[in-house]
Write a protein that binds this ligand. Structure first.
Ligand code: HEC
Length: 234
């Protein structure tokens, strides 16, 4: 009597576990077949300028799109540590992989690294270790002079205060160039205190047209200061 009860309950347990398995709507084998995996390795340099306010991600994008299909956040690595990122089950529309900054609307506004990806073969993709400078001059050009629209006044044949901040030109208008409004140079490499550019952006009354408040993210001002401290790498 007791034995029969035990056998019965074991069968009941088995049945319930089978029922449970068959109730799984997405069996593992099918999920695994859905797409390939993308793995990438990055070694970041100049990590003092690691972006915190922006969403720093590695993601894949459909052609012509600025919003990632899937992405993973990049956390600040220790110096010299390699950042490894993996995206599983890549969507079929994936066309480009980017290491980039997203704004609050999840639009990519600055890319440190871009590579086209072809997932039609179904093979996994590996992006071998790549060194990424996270403080290239281009980041200053795009995220300060272009994002805050400095170029709207500082462009053309002369530009306000004879300063041009357009792409390809701005660097040579700043580093070691005398100011038209101050005894300081516009930027003194290695010396933020002797760089009038920072005064203009952070001190009221440094120039007649007020510039304080134009750069709305303090992180972008910090980036500018670090760039100057580091001797203004091009
Ligand atoms: C609406 C127009 C306008 C915008 C936008 C603007 N500026 Fe200016 N900027 C001026 C004017 C006008 C002056 C000269 C003010 C004066 O005569 O005292 C000036 C002066 C400067 C100077 C001093 C130049 C020198 O020779 O020392 C710097 C540096 C500067 N701007 C940087 C910027 C940056 C960086 C931005 C974007 C964050 C920016 N400006 C946005 C109009 C503008």
């Amino acid at each position: 009597m007791k034995k029969a009860y035990l056998v019965g309950s074991i069968i009941a347990m088995l049945l319930s576990s089978i029922a449970c398995d068959s109730g799984d709507i997405r069996p593992k084998e099918v999920t695994d077949e859905q797409g390939c995996t993308l793995e990438a390795h990055f070694r970041l340099t100049n990590t003092e300028a690691f972006p915190i306010d922006y969403n720093f991600v590695f993601g894949v994008f459909a052609a012509e799109s600025n919003t990632p299909l899937v992405s993973v956040n990049i956390l600040r690595p220790n110096d010299g540590q390699v950042v490894t990122v993996r995206l599983e089950n890549m969507p079929e529309e994936a066309a480009t992989a980017k290491l980039c900054l997203l704004n609050s609307g999840r639009q990519s506004i600055y890319s440190f690294f871009e590579q086209t990806v072809d997932i039609s073969s179904g093979n996994d993709i590996l992006i071998p270790e790549t060194i990424i400078d996270i403080l290239p001059y281009d980041r200053i050009q795009k995220l300060i002079f272009q994002q805050y629209n400095c170029v709207s006044c500082h462009q053309g044949t002369s530009g306000a205060a004879e300063l041009l901040l357009t792409e390809g030109v701005s660097y040579h208008q700043l580093a070691n160039v005398p100011s038209t409004r101050s005894d300081k140079a516009r930027v003194t490499p290695g010396n933020p205190e002797e760089s009038f550019l920072l005064d203009v952006l952070t001190q009221t009354n440094s120039v007649k047209y007020p510039h304080t408040g134009l750069v709305t993210r303090s992180e972008d001002l910090t980036m500018l200061r670090i760039w100057i401290e580091k001797g203004c790498p091009q």
